[in-house]
Design a protein around this ligand. Structure first.
Ligand code: TYD
Ligand code: MG
Length: 442
């Protein structure tokens, strides 16, 4: 009888080899290969039927409209692009303690007002989840809790309950006996996520997969499953107490939107009007080196305070220290100021910060950044109550940016009396003239 064909699979990274090897050539793990039959590899995981799609002309493909359900949390919907898409898989990453479980339990509570929700926790006991839900005011018989990490049990319950919304807290705690004997490996993570996402897609359920991320980056980190999901959300904290939810991948929407939350003793509260949340409260004249920018972040206007400091360069070459605004942008703005603003920076180190810790990449930050750097270098403060927005060209001109009216309105609403920006339709002004005008307002 012919010998059955077998392959060897690395239990750490799923790499396949025709022969047993002591060390995986892909991930470098020792003694990680196990022998499985070729049929087993091809077999449909967990005995599911895969719907085979025929080849069709693009003209014949019939589409169904996107079905989105509002999550009940506006800031989450904003980041998702208008609600939870039916049958979608969403990865929610963040450092331990940031509030992922809290956010997902609140979301489950909202979801359970309309449909069946299953919250699977491999980290906390039902009692702990109940205590947290009481604190958050989350109730409802449509919300089912399963404290388990064994994938086969979880899949059995999913088949029984057919929930519309599933939360897995967290993917790093899951374990499947088919995916090798070592829990927490890349192989386990990929296998478990693949099974759960496939179940969700076949049953039109939406699934949120919580993943822990540490600053150093974990070995079995969520990066390896980002390609399997439709949307990747990251939850992190600014320098202030503010929690920021942002998306780095979204098949169903833009990745420009951010969701803002504040944590208190009753969970996460949405920050729906954030224009001024990043501003320092100042009563007196503002110190030199400070400038307020009206930036367009996602679909909202935020006012942020740029802080600049210039000091004689410590080394032979001057340097820029800036992690909130791209250092290259800071260098470019300083170079334009040197060429067209008549002030020298080449022997100066430049430090830039944004109060509140938000990172800004929007182009409208350039004029306010130029004003902050100029103010820091000259020691001249900006006039009180001034907010600005504009792009700075290499030729030293202030160029138009989008949503000027909205930026101006947000500034006025926050109590600022002056808004400086290019005038649409008019010839761009030179930075030299703008500096003269602004720094001579009394
Ligand atoms: P948690 O959701 O458990 O974080 P993660 O799942 O990302 O690890 O949140 C943990 C922190 O939030 C913890 O330090 C306690 C705090 N917290 C509050 O301040 N208020 C609350 O209502 C809740 C539930 C948690
Ligand atoms: Mg948690």
């Amino acid at each position: 009888m012919a010998k059955k064909k077998t392959v060897f699979i690395c239990s750490n990274c799923d790499h396949k080899e025709p022969k047993w090897l002591g060390r995986c050539p892909d991930c470098g793990e020792w003694n990680s290969f196990t022998e499985v039959s070729a049929e087993q590899v091809r077999a449909t995981p967990a005995g599911r039927d895969i719907k085979v799609s025929p080849v069709q002309s693009i003209n014949d493909i019939v589409t169904t409209p996107d079905i989105r359900t509002p999550s009940g949390i506006g800031e989450v919907d904003r980041v998702l692009g208008g609600g939870i898409m039916k049958g979608s898989a969403i990865l929610v990453g963040g450092e331990p303690g940031i509030g992922k479980s809290t956010l997902m339990l609140q979301l489950s509570g909202k979801g359970a007002e309309k449909e069946n929700v299953l919250y699977v926790s491999g980290e906390e006991s039902p009692g702990q989840i109940k205590m947290r839900s009481q604190r958050l005011g989350v109730t409802g018989s449509n919300l089912k809790i399963l404290a388990d990490f064994d994938l086969s049990h979880i899949l059995t319950e999913l088949v029984k309950l057919k929930p519309n919304l599933v939360i897995i807290d967290s993917i790093q705690t899951l374990y499947a006996s088919e995916a090798g004997s070592i829990p927490g490996t890349v192989g386990q993570l990929k296998f478990c996520c693949h099974e759960l996402i496939s179940w969700a897609k076949e049953n039109d359920s939406s699934i949120f997969l919580i993943a822990h991320v540490t600053k150093e980056g974990t070995i079995a980190g969520p990066k390896v499953i980002e390609h399997m999901v439709d949307t990747v959300l990251y939850f992190d904290q600014s320098d202030s107490e503010l929690r920021i939810l942002r998306s780095t991948k979204n098949r169903f929407g833009s990745i420009d939107e951010i969701g803002l939350f504040l944590m208190d003793s009753n969970g996460l509260n949405e920050v729906t009007n954030p224009s001024g949340i990043f501003l320092e409260q100042r009563k007196d004249d503002i110190p030199a080196g400070i400038s307020i920018a009206a930036v367009y972040e996602g679909s909202r206007i935020l006012l942020v305070e740029i802080q600049a400091l210039t000091v004689p360069a410590k080394g032979s070459a001057s340097r820029v220290y800036s992690d909130r605004i791209d250092s290259q942008r800071v260098s470019r703005v300083a170079a334009v100021l040197e060429k067209h603003g008549g002030i020298k920076f080449s022997d100066q180190d430049i430090y830039i910060n944004i109060a509140g810790g938000l990172k800004i990449s929007e182009v409208g930050i350039e004029l306010p950044l130029a004003l902050a750097i100029y103010s820091a270098r000259t020691g001249l403060s900006l006039p009180t109550g001034l907010v600005s927005a504009g792009e700075l060209s290499l030729a030293g001109e202030i160029r138009n940016v989008s949503h000027l009216k909205r930026r101006e309105k947000a500034s006025i609403e926050m109590g600022y009396s002056r808004f400086y920006s290019p005038v649409p339709g008019k010839e761009p002004e030179k930075i030299k003239k703008v500096l003269n005008n602004i720094f001579h307002i009394k």
